[in-house]
Design a protein around this ligand. Structure first.
Ligand code: DGY
Length: 342
């Protein structure tokens, strides 16, 4: 009997890798960029487990080309890069890393909101360009955050963590979500609204919805036209929730006041992209969960998903429990895994 093989598609925090190396034969893609498709296939072809990132498309063709694969664990809470239905159909377990990144991502969303409202990147550029001559009564005026209205689109765990922060700034908080959450409304003192009402009411709108067929392109010209001309859009969810060309036009023509984006479409954004020429648009490179502590926790959960899947147990953070014991996970494995692995 052999040890199980696991392919890891990028160097991830050592806390997770060490756990994996103690029990499995581990191949880590060494590149700074994601493995190209051919390398992803080559690395996964003999693997029993795959630790993937949101930059790795995991589709039916890949699952078919990798017949030993029993578990795919995404080191992210979002999993729109994985065809979960295709995995379920083949009895491949899929996991993600929820919960541990909620507070860190909410910190980043609120940091972006504050930075855009108070024009911090523009102010830094102004000082760096040696343009600071005196205190100016009209210099770099921004928008008040305190007592303003924050609209949260998608009141999951991260949206709720953002609301908790906004309460400290005495903001009025409204949300739109297909599922109304009365207990959360009462706990956080927030109001439910329709999407259209939220667009009209909000000074700041922060996106916390997953990318699905229903949310793709949610923010386009029609939505922007219903927002306040001073409103600021914050996106730490997924770039394709926003139609990029429509956002460029809305920011350029003053239809909305500004945007602060951790995620974009396309991603990455090249330096000559029109969004980056707009002074009212702040872009950072998909770093909302990027604290040392959180990324280490994400790596450990991702690895625990892999180890559980290799043992045939339910994943600590599983997305398709129905796949367990079906398809290829119904057949005995030809490896042994240290029983102490949890
Ligand atoms: C996620 O987890 O989905 C984020 O986009 C990266 O942390």
């Amino acid at each position: 009997m052999r040890q199980p093989r696991v392919f890891v598609t990028r160097l991830v925090p050592e806390a997770g890798l060490q756990l994996l190396r103690e029990r499995c034969v581990v191949d880590v893609w060494p590149g700074e960029l994601p493995p190209p498709r051919a390398e992803l296939l080559a690395g996964t072809r003999e693997a029993d487990g795959l630790l993937a990132l949101l930059t790795d498309p995991i589709d039916a063709a890949l699952l078919d080309a990798c017949p030993h694969l029993r578990v795919v664990s995404n080191m992210a809470v979002g999993y729109d890069n994985i065809d979960v239905a295709a995995a379920t159909a083949r009895g491949v377990l899929v996991g993600n890393t929820p919960d541990v990144l909620d507070e860190t991502t909410a910190d980043a969303a609120f940091a972006l909101l504050l930075a855009a409202a108070r024009r911090i990147p523009e102010a830094l550029a102004y000082v760096q360009a040696d343009r600071w001559q005196t205190w100016g009564p009209l210099l770099l005026l921004g928008r008040d955050v305190h007592h303003a209205t924050l609209g949260i689109v998608g009141l999951g765990r991260i949206g709720q963590a953002l609301a908790a922060r906004a309460r400290g700034f005495a903001m009025r908080i409204v949300y739109a979500d297909p599922t109304r959450k009365p207990a959360v409304e009462a706990r956080l003192g927030i109001e439910h609204m329709s999407f259209t009402e939220l667009l009209h009411a909000s000074d700041f709108i922060s996106l916390h919805a997953p990318l699905t067929d229903a949310t793709r392109g949610l923010f386009g010209a029609t939505a922007f036209a219903q927002m306040q001309p001073t409103a600021i859009l914050v996106n730490t969810a997924r770039g394709p929730l926003v139609q990029t060309d429509a956002l460029v036009a809305a920011l350029r023509d003053g239809v909305i006041g500004g945007a602060a984006l951790d995620v974009t479409d396309p991603e990455p954004l090249r330096a000559d992209h029109p969004l980056l020429a707009l002074p009212n648009c702040l872009v950072v490179p998909h770093i909302a969960s990027a604290s040392q502590q959180t990324r280490a926790r994400m790596a450990v959960i991702a690895v625990r998903n892999i180890l559980a899947g290799l043992r045939g147990a339910s994943l600590p953070a599983g997305l398709n429990p129905a796949a367990q014991g079906t398809g290829r996970t119904a057949t005995p494995s030809d490896y042994t895994l240290d029983e102490s692995s949890q």
